[in-house]
Design a protein around this ligand. Structure first.
Ligand SMILES: [Zn+2]
Length: 370
């Protein structure tokens, strides 16, 4: 495409979505004019090495290409489309990754690190996923190899909750801290620990499985992990929805909004309208989350605990303010101001940031052990 005449710029340019290079000829001199869309950072080839990341969620795969300065140069999202055939799914993701690299105006050789943020369990050292629940039919699959055939760069697998913790730490609510606990608070509850400015994985990467911190010891509710009394059994979205389906009174606003399958977001909406059952449910949620946070404080004393989806949806008045008060009671006499409890900040950007955070771990030998 490069030649003596200008070619049209914009989204039709070869491979470039967010910026474009206009080439022309003046006498014997070649002219280059770079134009960029304001939405994304400009591609700077002088930056040392690009990062490619994929975050594989239950319904969506988020892909991003970023640079060493943490700027996102190109991104896309597509349905996970788990076909039951790992080779086909991996080929699909790899095709999307190649297209995105091209869209960023780069070649596969310019990718300095690849990160795959995946649901656990993982064998990170072997580059394998181990029966991921969100990808039926997968079993034990080497996900590193197909990427290694295209990208000559270190490739790291990272547990998705750890990758999200790294993302919130670097770009979200944990910026500037060294010790952070992140709780996903979604369908299930995952988490990640940043300790002393590093991701802490622990034995077999079990660190950060905060949904299974035990908060009720006598006659605890059954958790999906087979044990009883786990935080997730009380505050995980799926378990909470099951409870709501059974317990929500017929005349409650929760039932009016959610019918036979009310979910946590219906509780939040109903509580905002003053529904007594919904307010009691949120109080219960805050009570159990506060117990987990108090236990975590005495284990690792983080500067900040960052809470994701459900807590963010409930907001300050229904979640964070009452939660801080409950935690303060449990921590006393430790002054409550020693611990910040904050909503996750990245929102829609989280999967892209998590994907790129996974890629960063490929460049950090210490963080990729275990
Ligand atoms: Zn459990």
């Amino acid at each position: 495409m490069r030649g003596s005449s200008c070619f049209p710029i914009g989204r039709g340019c070869p491979g470039l979505d967010e910026g474009c290079t206009l080439l022309g000829q003046l006498g014997r001199k070649r002219l280059t004019l770079k134009l960029f869309w304001p939405r994304e950072a400009p591609l700077d080839r002088e930056q040392s090495g690009l990062r490619l990341g994929l975050d594989v969620g239950g319904t969506k795969v988020a892909l991003a290409v970023g640079d060493a300065a943490g700027r996102i140069l190109a991104r896309r999202r597509q349905p996970t489309r788990a076909s039951g055939d790992p080779a086909r799914d991996l080929a699909d993701w790899l095709g999307a990754a190649r297209a995105l690299v091209s869209q960023a105006g780069a070649q596969p050789d310019e990718i300095a690190a690849v990160g795959l943020s995946l649901p656990g369990p993982l064998d990170r050292a072997a580059g394998r996923v181990l029966d991921p629940p969100n990808l039926p039919g997968w079993g034990h699959v080497d996900v590193r190899k197909p990427f290694a055939e295209v990208f000559r760069a270190p490739i790291a697998l990272e547990n998705d909750a750890n990758a999200a913790a790294l993302a919130e730490w670097r770009h979200g609510a944990g910026r500037g801290t060294r010790d952070l606990v992140y709780l996903t608070m979604s369908t299930g509850i995952g988490g990640g620990l940043i300790l002393g400015g590093r991701l802490h994985r622990g034995v077999d990467s079990f660190a950060g499985e905060l949904g299974h911190v035990r908060i009720v010891w006598e006659e605890g509710a059954l958790c999906g992990c087979g044990r009883r009394g786990c935080l997730e059994a009380y505050a995980g979205g799926a378990n909470w929805a099951r409870r709501l389906a059974a317990e929500a009174p017929e005349d409650s606003r929760v039932r009016e909004l959610g019918g036979v399958t009310p979910r946590p977001e219906h509780v939040v909406a109903a509580a905002e309208a003053g529904d007594a059952f919904a307010l009691a449910e949120l109080d219960r949620f805050n009570t159990f989350v506060a117990r987990a946070i108090a236990n975590l404080f005495f284990a690792v004393a983080p500067e900040v605990v960052v809470l994701g989806t459900i807590a963010v949806g409930a907001g300050e008045a229904l979640c964070f303010q009452p939660l801080r008060a409950k935690v303060a009671e449990l921590l006393a006499p430790v002054p409550a101001d020693r611990l910040r409890i904050a909503p996750a900040e990245l929102g829609e950007e989280l999967p892209y940031r998590a994907a790129l955070a996974a890629a960063e771990t490929a460049l950090d030998p210490d963080a990729t052990e275990g």
